[in-house]
Design a protein around this ligand. Structure first.
Ligand code: BT5
Length: 245
């Protein structure tokens, strides 16, 4: 890929990370586009983009959340980035959880703030949503993991790092964190998951489930014990944190 002539990718420009060694040692190819619909959509259709291609947008006109919800951010304010993985682990959701954990590490590295995770993959600061993560799989197999992380702006009720923070520094720290080997990635995810031990409401297509979130297994399923002491294993759904422990 040369950024010259690949349809809509003519608008892609190489992006320099704040630490160039990170791109080199991690094999990241990092691109910037001033405006696009959605960086996830772009990387899903960029079939010749190699493993670890990263696309950062200044602005998204059709930023996506899960379940066709929208992701909001004014131009130039926040980190909006997607990563295309063509080498996909046996459990693709491991990638999504790794990006969540790396985002927490990156926030700590750049700002010193202690963010946490909400199941499955929201990043929270003081209990409010700082970042959302969206993983999508293209029919051919590659997985694209996108993250929107609030830096200079957030909607009411959410959290942002603050306008003094450089979104590219956060991205650089996130990519570096993804390559730090850990003895047990699952244990780190478990530790950072604020959902555990909480009273939660899980919004499922079949109706709401209220109970205590007690565990998350290696496949990422959340175990919730209801009032009748029945344990439910949740693959996907929206969680609302109710009371603390
Ligand atoms: C997510 O969805 O949290 C995943 C968001 C992923 C966004 C990134 S940006 C780069 C890449 N390209 C894309 O097109 N998407 C990815 P979900 O859990 O469904 O949350 C969406 C909900 O969060 C919305 O319905 C709003 O209520 C709320 N929301 C929207 N913008 C927000 C923001 N900037 N900060 C906090 N909450 C927001």
């Amino acid at each position: 890929m040369d950024g010259q002539d690949h349809g809509h990718r003519t608008a892609w420009q190489p992006l320099a990370l704040t630490d160039p060694a990170v791109a080199e040692s991690g094999g990241w190819a990092v691109w910037y586009v001033a405006e696009t619909g959605s960086t996830n959509a772009d990387l899903l259709t960029a079939t010749d983009a190699p493993n670890r291609t990263v696309l950062v947008a200044g602005h998204q006109t059709a930023g996506r959340g899960r379940l066709d919800r929208t992701w909001e951010a004014p131009a130039g304010a926040n980190l909006l980035a997607s990563i295309r993985f063509t080498e996909v682990p046996q459990r693709p959701a491991d990638l999504t959880r790794a990006v969540g954990v790396a985002a927490v590490d990156a926030v700590a590295e750049v700002t010193g703030l202690g963010a946490r995770l909400k199941w499955p993959n929201d990043v929270l600061l003081d209990g409010r949503k700082l970042a959302g993560i969206l993983a999508q799989r293209s029919p051919a197999g590659p997985v694209v993991v996108g993250i929107g992380l609030n830096v200079g702006w957030c909607p009411a009720g959410a959290a942002a790092l603050g306008p003094g923070v450089d979104p590219v520094a956060v991205l650089t720290a996130l990519l570096a964190a993804l390559d730090v080997p850990h003895v047990d990635d699952h244990a780190r995810y478990h530790e950072l998951l604020e959902t555990l031990g909480r009273e939660v409401r899980v919004e499922l297509p079949s109706g709401d489930l209220v109970g205590r979130a007690v565990d998350v297994d290696r496949d990422g399923r959340l175990a919730v014990v209801d009032a009748c002491a029945i344990t439910h294993h949740i693959d996907a759904g929206d969680v609302v944190h109710l009371r603390g422990v």
